[in-house]
Design a protein around this ligand. Structure first.
Ligand SMILES: NC(=O)c1ccc[n+]([C@@H]2O[C@H](COP(=O)([O-])OP(=O)(O)OC[C@H]3O[C@@H](n4cnc5c(N)ncnc54)[C@H](OP(=O)(O)O)[C@@H]3O)[C@@H](O)[C@H]2O)c1
Length: 271
């Protein structure tokens, strides 16, 4: 029987690339985001193009099944509402890509408090609660794979983006905690930590991309492979991985200065 994969933030960017990768391998999909029209168009395209395949790779003589769920994960109740909608479909989730996220160029003391709270719900609360709900079902069924999309900002400070850097450090730390907790359950948890990826995320957040921003299809494939291999985390791109690990060896005060200088430059360039 084909595996079922839940992907949040599947209406564009990395989430859409993940949907394409899993669809091309014959998995059934549950796609979530706020933009229902985009999700429906993606579901129609993917189910028209790909045949379902069992875990052994054997064709199932049917198209992949793609369900879409409209969900706003910036609401405190967003994760619970999404989980209830997934349960109502009656399709156990075999793999989960915890991906929906956003940022906003604004300092922690300037950002609108309601907007900050929405970002905390989207980038922190929903990540944790979906790991809680979906992870518990996976443990009960005795197998499952979770990919939490973090960032290189998990390793390096991100001034001028308020909660965003701290949220990605949280997602990395949550992945490590779950990893230790779920040993021997058949459930693996992996963090994907990309540097800049050319998805439009940066423009929406209010900054420019550096020239070395990565291709989203390649980043998603690196995340997919790490997830299938059950790795703890992966930083796509050799240069980005080496650079991130070297920079994280610098003294913390110096890292803050470099992070602030870099983000000021990217915000100025994006104006
Ligand atoms: N692009 C980068 O440079 C980069 C680097 C490192 C990490 N990341 C992380 O990678 C993940 C994917 O980012 P991306 O680059 O693909 O960004 P993107 O192109 O802006 O896509 C974000 C996705 O999240 C969904 N989303 C946003 N707000 C939502 C909400 N309130 N409720 C539900 N869904 C919501 C969006 O769909 P709707 O608008 O339809 O809701 C969209 O499908 C994020 O967690 C991001 O932080 C990105």
């Amino acid at each position: 029987m084909a595996e079922t994969v839940l992907i949040t933030g599947a209406s564009g960017g990395l989430g859409l690339e993940f949907a394409r990768i899993f669809a091309s391998r014959g998995c059934d999909l549950i796609l979530a985001a706020r933009s229902l029209d985009k999700l429906q168009a993606i579901a129609a395209q993917l189910s028209a193009k790909y045949q379902a395949r069992g875990r052994d790779g054997a064709a199932e003589n049917r198209s992949i099944h793609v369900d879409v769920i409209q969900a706003d994960l910036s609401l405190e109740s967003g994760a619970r509402q999404l989980y209830d909608a997934v349960k109502a479909l009656g399709r156990p989730v075999d793999q989960f890509v915890n991906n929906a996220g956003a940022g906003k160029a604004a300092t922690t003391v300037d950002i609108d408090p309601e907007e900050l709270l929405g970002l905390i719900h989207l980038d922190v609360t929903s990540y944790a609660m979906l790991c809680r709900y979906i992870g518990a079902d996976m443990v009960r069924q005795g197998h499952g794979k979770i990919l939490n999309v973090s960032s290189t900002t998990a390793f390096f400070p991100d001034p001028y983006f308020n909660i965003y850097g701290p949220s990605k450090a949280f997602v990395m730390s949550l992945t490590e905690a779950m990893r230790g907790e779920l040993r021997g359950t058949g459930v693996t948890v992996t963090a994907l930590c990309p540097g800049p990826v050319r998805t439009g995320w940066a423009e929406r957040a209010g900054k420019a991309y550096p020239a070395m921003a990565a291709d989203p299809a390649k980043v998603a494939m690196t995340g997919y492979r790490a997830m299938q291999a059950g790795r703890l985390y992966v930083i796509p791109g050799l240069g980005t991985a080496v650079g991130t690990h070297l920079l994280s060896l610098l003294p913390r005060p110096l890292r803050v200065q470099i992070g602030a200088w870099w983000q000021r430059a990217m915000i100025r360039k994006g104006r």
